[in-house]
Design a protein around this ligand. Structure first.
Ligand code: 5GP
Ligand code: ZN
Length: 136
């Protein structure tokens, strides 16, 4: 298995383990984009969000709030982002993972949610909704 996260879970590659249970492994991202940057991964190899089954998703996301609260207590961030990169937007490891990124006043993590509400009419939302619902 040439998956780097599977090797970390197996202990073949060292990691700074934050948390572990039967189904989930969490460890410090080697690149601390912000202080406390933690990755939470299923022990089962799943490529990305598109392939995540219900049980595995439950296992992973059940582990997230306690770790988030530990990061909150440890570093007193101004908040936290939970990020998953699936495919083109920067998925560099093909083993599903969520990033927990504590946020700080002066960090350089550039995530921008521009409010473009004024440029959308009701029909735009309905057209988008229709496309999604056709595919659910
Ligand atoms: P992605 O870009 O796929 O969303 O995130 C992959 C993350 O894995 C990156 O933030 C990268 O720093 C981290 N990473 C890659 N290789 C290793 C490793 O060997 N050990 C640890 N702890 N993190 C890694
Ligand atoms: Zn893997």
């Amino acid at each position: 298995m040439d998956c780097i996260f599977c090797q970390i879970i197996a202990g073949d590659i060292p990691s700074y383990k934050v948390y572990e249970d039967d189904h989930v492994y969490a460890f410090l991202d080697i690149s601390q984009v912000t202080e406390g940057h933690t990755l939470v991964v299923p022990k089962q190899h799943v490529k990305n969000l598109y392939d995540l089954d219900e049980k595995t998703a439950t296992h992973v996301f059940r582990a997230v709030p306690p770790i988030a609260n530990a990061l909150k207590r440890a570093f007193a961030p101004i908040g936290l982002n939970l990020i998953n990169n699936t495919e083109r937007p920067h998925q560099s490891v093909d083993h599903f993972h969520v990033h927990l990124l504590p946020r700080y006043e002066q960090d350089d993590l550039g995530i921008r949610f521009t409010n473009n509400q004024a440029s959308h009419e009701q029909e735009d939302y309905l057209a988008i909704l229709e496309k999604i619902k056709e595919n659910l």
